[in-house]
Design a protein around this ligand. Structure first.
Ligand code: NAD
Ligand code: GLY
Length: 360
């Protein structure tokens, strides 16, 4: 097992990465403040992993309840959040009850938000079981739910007490979900570490077949990169936005197709191809760099050609980010490969990218 520390003063926490962590009682123990724990999970993950986690917590003398939610991004809603509170109140969970988020990013984001607000804040532990959640969403404390008018629009920054990324859980993921997580791995290389990108390029076959050693390095290096960024800018005053590389275009694809048609990671993969094209137009990277990134994304079985909604529809969809950012769409571009910057871009240049990438 490898352990990283996300340094956030009194909100610092360990990120444990390795095999067979779900049943390591000593990893949970320091973070259990009371006598009760509530595992929040979903219908898919519960039959796979809830028993192991429950028994491990019980071995520490915990009273454990399991709250099983429906599975899917469409359930990342206020109504489902209410089910978590219903379960906690029914079980008379108190201020010292620890929530355990056992699942992918949907479960992690919702459980974190429930922990932030139940009795004005209870501790929670992230136990991410998808690659996407291990390399990205479980780290950094962004929690929340979707609103019919926008994704992740209701939420809170609320850091977990610990992250336990058990690499064995990745073995039950579908190839499509694995690829979606790999998109965020590529993102970390592209924005922060060109040597990591070289490594990804050289190991696409191992990553595609979920090779244990390759997964360990991919998760570890991704968590290091994300932790460094979050430690410098926890609440996204500026720098943290680089973690959204590919997301402005990606969110437009997700929303335009209807949530659930493209996985978040698939949309981010294709969004990075578009953001790389934009970067070439601003002189940040060469055409060869952009083509290379596209080849890596394709080699990881991610889509590289966006749906063609046309210019007007893309600009409209991307303006949701504009509302969230106080009136202007900000783009994350590469300059050079392995580094990212946040910038405004003339609309005419964005349109060139939409046309060149066949989005319009
Ligand atoms: P997800 O949580 O929907 O999980 C994907 C699917 O895999 C689900 O059907 C789930 O039940 C299933 N699953 C989970 N673990 C499994 C396992 N070990 N074996 C088999 N199936 C398993 O999706 P995701 O990609 O993990 O996360 C996407 C969510 O994360 C989005 O809501 C996105 O907004 C959010 N996100 C948040 C952050 C953040 O910083 N908080 C960052 C990136 C993404
Ligand atoms: N996934 C973007 C962030 O955590 O800031």
């Amino acid at each position: 097992m490898k352990t990283l520390h996300l340094d956030l003063g009194e909100r610092s926490y360990p990120i444990h990465i390795g095999s067979q962590l779900l049943t390591r009682a000593e990893l949970y123990q320091p973070h259990l403040k009371g006598r009760m724990s509530a595992i929040v999970t979903n219908e898919t993950v519960a039959p796979l992993y809830a028993k192991q986690v429950k028994e491990t917590l019980e071995s520490l003398g915990q009273k454990v309840c399991v709250i099983v939610l429906p599975d899917g991004e469409v359930y990342k809603t206020w109504e489902t959040l209410q089910k978590i509170f219903d379960g906690l109140l029914r079980e008379t969970a108190d201020r010292k009850t620890t929530l355990i988020a056992l699942g992918g990013g949907v479960i992690g984001d919702m459980t974190g938000f429930a922990a932030a607000s139940y009795m004005r804040g209870v501790p929670f532990i992230q136990v991410p079981t998808t690659l996407l959640s291990q390399v990205d969403s479980s780290v950094g404390g962004k929690t929340g739910i979707n609103h019919p008018l926008g994704k992740n629009m209701i939420g809170a920054f609320y850091q977990p007490a610990a992250v336990l990324a058990d690499l064995d859980t990745l073995k039950t993921l579908s190839p499509k979900e694995l690829a979606a997580g790999l998109a965020e791995v590529v993102k970390h290389g592209a924005i922060a570490d060109v040597k990591f990108l070289d490594w990804i390029e050289a190991h696409t076959a191992e990553l595609n077949r979920c090779d244990a050693a390759a997964m360990e390095f991919a998760v570890l290096r991704s968590c290091e990169i994300k932790s460094d960024v979050v430690a410098k800018d926890e609440r996204e005053g500026g720098l943290r936005a680089i973690l959204n590389f590919g997301h402005t275009f990606g969110h437009a694809i997700e929303a335009g197709m209807g949530y659930g048609e493209w996985l978040h990671g698939e949309a981010v993969g294709c969004g990075m191809v578009m953001a790389a094209d934009l970067s070439t137009r601003l002189g940040g990277i060469t055409d060869a760099d952009a083509q290379r990134l596209k080849n890596i994304i394709a080699a990881l079985h991610l889509p590289t050609v966006p749906p063609s909604f046309g210019v007007e529809r893309y600009l409209e969809l991307m303006s949701v980010d504009k509302k969230a950012e106080g009136g202007e769409v900000k783009y994350i571009v590469l300059q050079p490969m392995g580094q990212a910057k946040i910038t405004k871009v003339p609309e005419s240049t964005v349109i060139e990218t939409l046309k060149a990438t066949r989005a319009a």
